[in-house]
Structure formats: C-alpha cells, structure tokens
Design a protein around this ligand. Structure first.
Ligand code: PLP
Length: 377
C-alpha cells in the first residue's frame, strides 16, 4: 500500500478496480455486485439502510450484543420502526424466534431481517443458513441483511447460496487491512428495493456506484492505497484457499477455548454451535475487573486485549484470533494472558497454555482436524 497514488481516472486504475470488484465476489461467494465505499463498517451499515428501506418501515433485529444494538440505534435514527428481539449477549439470533415473529406478521409489514453474523462484542456467531431457512419456512418476503464485519474472510459465509440481500462488511478484520473500506454485496431483490424505497441519499447511493464500477471506476475519489492492499489481501486468502482459512480459524479458536477452560475460566458464548472462530470473549471471575487485568497485561507484556463493550465493560476481555494469525501468534497471546492472570492476581489454574497446545498438536479431546504431519527423510 505504500506506493504512489495513481490517476483514478486512468487505465491502470480501471484494471485495479475491476480486479478488486471481481475478487470481492469470490470472498463474499456471490455473482451479485459488491460495492466498495471509502468508509468504516458503520458507513456500510448506513448504505444498506438508506438504499433499501423507507422511513416508517418495520424491521426485525436481534439483540446479540453491542454492535447489533448500535445498528438498531442507527436504523431508529433513520425513522425505521425496529422490533428488537431481546437477547442475553451470550447467544446468537435464534432461527425459531425469527420464524415465529415472521409467521405472526400476516400483513407482511416486516420489510427486513437484520442480523450481525459475528458479534465482535461477545464472540458469538449467528447461524445465517438457519435464519435463511426460518424465513423461507414461512415464505416471508422480508429482505435479509447481514453484518459480516468481523466474519468475512474468516468464517464460512455464502451471500448467494444463503440468499442474503445485503451483506455489509469492511476492511479491518478478516481482510487484514487498515480501516477505510466498507462493502455492500447486493442481491437483485435488494437492488429492486433500491429503485422504489424513499430515503434520501447521495454519497451512499448504490446506483451512482454501480454505473462507473462496470468499467472499474468510482464516482468519487477512491481509497486507492487501500485498494492496492485489498488486491493483495484477496490474493492471500485465495492462495491459502478460503476453506483452509476457515479451518485455520476454527482450529485456533478451539485452542483458545481449551486455554480458557484450562484456566478454569468461562467462555462468554453459551452455545457450542455459535462459538466464534474469530475471537473468544472470556468472563472474569466475580470481584475482578477485566479492564484492570487488561492494563496489567498491556503494561507488563505490551499486549492489547479487547475490552468488554457497553454492558460487558469490566466483565469480559476478548482474545482476537483472526486474519493473519497462526499457531505461534495465538500461543504468544495465550501465554501473555496466562502470565497476566498471575501478575494481576486473578484466581485461575495454570495449564491453559498447555491445553491449547494439546489441541494444536492434535492431542486435545475435542479437535476435529488433522494435524500437519512432519516429513521425515
Ligand atoms: N459491526 C461489527 C460486528 C463490528 O465488529 C464493528 C466494529 O468493530 C462494527 C459493526 C462497526 O464498524 P466500524 O467501527 O468500522 O464502523
């Protein structure tokens, strides 16, 4: 990315534009268009709303955690009537509840179901394929919109197969880039909704983007350096192979959870089918402040753990294991946590690091992957 910015109206840029716009489709697993905004993930959320919904529209959202709550607030600010299904921040969106809510909606007033795939605040991953089925079971026409901000490129995700209408994402998580790119993958149904919805927009307008995107261009100055990085990030993901990338995340996550159990601590996520492959949120023992613990780890070992957000502040810390992360990166992080627990005087058992190693070496009880075999000549 540390290269000269090229003319964004020239041939060389058009090649770059076409390459990244096409490459994104592979990672979103779709033949639908993917739009790239110069924005954070929040901007991509807003684009999804203003291109498809109208003030007064009813939508269904689920309180999976901090980010679902923020998306709900944004929708409310745009005059959307949000039915926010309450949650305990330890489970994902429940397909049965969505199905029941949609079945009750005889007048088909609900225009969209909007869920966060991977709740970065809790380490819980909702089951999007099952949510799709729940919507189809009652033949409800609502759009399905999914925030994949912390799952894209790390967790199996299929925009087209799961008939998602708008997939929202951004650059700074599984795509391993700095912040600054926001994405919307758009189904034909979502595009049709954008032709008739009544919400003012200009910067975020899909149509304005899609026209120049056909030839690899953008309607305004693109984040060219980030697009250089995106081209390389897509190449890295495809070189390793998406399925191998997903398996690596699963393996590292399983090791992280083994460490947490080894320490005698508790993973926040309560549903094993919803364990996040990209991060693990860990509950602190009662009477111990997670932010004090995080400060001890930062001061002593120069390692930054994720904080608990809003109602989880001080109660959890989060270990990230996504993107450019391998066995040794994870083991270093887990070692930092185990040493930090001792330094901060947090009651725990030693041996979490050893339990994680057992999983990575294929000796752990619950692993479901084949360890690498060393060639002996
Ligand atoms: N949604 C999820 C799941 C996130 O993890 C984040 C940020 O971490 C956001 C939305 C907001 O994205 P941004 O901070 O890039 O605007």
């Amino acid at each position: 990315m540390n290269r000269q910015v090229i003319d964004h109206r020239g041939h060389e840029f058009a090649r770059l534009g076409r390459e990244v716009l096409e490459g994104c489709r592979t990672v979103f697993k779709t033949s639908d268009p993917v739009i790239i905004f110069p924005s954070s993930g929040t901007g991509a959320w807003e684009a999804a709303i203003v291109n498809t919904l109208s003030p007064g529209d009813k939508v269904l959202m689920v309180e999976t955690g901090h980010f679902a709550t923020l998306w709900r607030q944004m929708a409310a600010r745009w005059g959307i009537d949000v039915d926010f299904v309450p949650g305990d921040w330890r489970h994902g969106a429940d397909p049965a509840t969505i199905e029941a809510k949609l079945a009750e909606d005889k007048g088909r007033a609900i225009k969209a179901v909007m869920v966060v795939h991977n709740e970065t605040s809790t380490g819980v991953t909702s089951r999007i394929a099952e949510l799709r089925k729940a919507i189809d079971n009652v033949s409800h026409p609502a759009l399905l919109m999914v925030d994949t901000i912390s799952s894209l490129g790390s967790v199996d995700y299929r925009h087209e197969e799961w008939a998602v209408d708008v997939t929202v994402s951004c650059s700074q998580k599984g795509l391993m880039l700095p912040p600054g790119l926001g994405f919307n993958a758009i189904s034909k149904k979502a595009l049709a909704a954008s032709k008739t919805n009544k919400m003012p927009r200009s910067y975020w307008d899909w149509e304005e983007m899609l026209k120049p995107n056909v030839s690899g261009f953008f309607p305004y100055t693109p984040a060219t350096n980030l697009l250089y990085g995106l081209r390389e990030a897509l190449a890295m993901l495809l070189e390793e192979g998406l399925e191998a990338v997903f398996a690596r995340h699963q393996r590292l996550a399983e090791a992280a959870r083994a460490a947490v159990r080894g320490w005698g601590l508790e993973v926040l996520c309560l549903e094993s089918a919803e364990y996040s492959p990209v991060l693990t949120a860990v509950l602190m023992p009662p009477g111990h402040d997670a932010d004090h613990f995080r400060k001890v780890v930062l001061d002593n070992y120069n390692m930054s753990l994720g904080s608990g957000l809003s109602k989880l502040a001080g109660k959890v810390f989060r270990i990230g294991h996504l993107g450019e992360c391998n066995e040794l990166t994870l083991m270093a992080a887990l070692t930092g946590v185990e040493m930090g627990l001792s330094s901060a005087g947090v009651p725990h058992r030693s041996g979490g690091v050893g339990a994680a190693m057992e999983v990575l070496e294929g000796r752990g009880a619950t692993n479901s992957w084949s360890p690498l075999k060393m060639a002996v000549s």
